[in-house]
Design a protein around this ligand. Structure first.
Ligand code: 16G
Length: 254
């Protein structure tokens, strides 16, 4: 079945970039869709080379990238296996923490790759949600967030320039910068929905297009009620598990 899935005429496109990257993504897709379940054996490199009509060098390069990313495990003399199911990062839904803090709590190092950072003309959503005036600009921070170098989420935060006048001042944690200015949010409302990743987002998150993701919208505010931040994030579906503690409705409540 996997041999059929790897037949080159179904996915290989000589014009679509390095062949080993295309092969890596094809194998990732087989894992993401469950065709290759956790801990199952991958066909030997020689067999993959025959089926795909790719060179052994290309196959080896794809396999070693999969191993580096922890997606497959290579065992000397036994071949390659899909990595066991990873524990997801458990994220309580009731705590207002930053990405940097969430990762530090789990012993992981947070980092970012900047996608956009600066002052821009706001769109209609930003004007309405952040309560901007007609001549105001908006501070935007778009980042690919990583934990121990593994891509976890794409975050696009918009803030009023009253809260963040100089977006370039954010080099590490946004909440640290806001905290230093006495403007750290104290309350947030979050909406979470399931999505299938579009090609660009999937590429950034190192996943095949259409893989499962979570879209999270956070609107956070300051103690005085001003909206501090409007953030739209896309998290890898396999990296996060949100946990909510539920309480019974109080007597007489609705
Ligand atoms: C979290 C928040 C995001 C906030 C960021 C700040 C969610 C869904 N989002 O990821 O709204 O901007 O933390 O992180 O939880 P930082 O202080 O590490 O920059």
């Amino acid at each position: 079945m996997i041999a059929e899935y790897l037949r080159p005429e179904r996915w290989l496109n000589p014009a679509a970039g390095p062949l080993y990257v295309q092969l890596r993504k094809r194998i990732e897709a087989a894992i993401a869709t469950g065709l290759l379940p956790p801990e199952s054996a991958l066909p030997p490199e020689r067999e993959i080379a025959t089926v795909t009509e790719l060179s052994r060098v290309t196959v080896r390069k794809a396999m070693s990238e999969l191993a580096e990313q922890g997606i497959v495990v290579q065992r000397q003399g036994h071949g390659s296996f899909v990595a066991p199911r990873k524990a997801r990062v458990e994220q309580p839904l009731s705590q207002l923490t930053s990405f940097t803090e969430d990762m530090a709590l789990r012993g992981m190092k947070a980092a970012s790759q900047w996608l956009e950072r600066g002052l821009f003309l706001p769109n209609a959503d930003e004007v309405a949600i952040l309560g901007l005036g007609p001549r105001d600009q908006v501070a935007r921070l778009a980042r690919l967030r990583t934990a121990d170098d593994r891509p976890m989420a794409i975050e696009r935060a918009s803030l009023s320039p009253e809260i963040l006048p100089n977006p370039l001042a954010v080099t590490g944690s946004l909440y640290d910068v806001l905290g230093q200015a006495g403007l750290r949010p104290v309350r947030a409302v979050q909406k979470i929905s399931a999505i299938n990743l579009g090609a660009d987002d999937a590429d950034l998150l190192d996943l095949p297009a259409q893989a499962a993701g979570l879209r999270i919208e956070r609107i956070s505010s300051l103690a005085d009620g001003r909206v501090a931040e409007f953030t739209r994030s896309i998290y890898r579906g396999d990296a996060y598990q949100f946990v909510a503690e539920l309480h019974p409705i109080p007597e007489g409540g609705t």
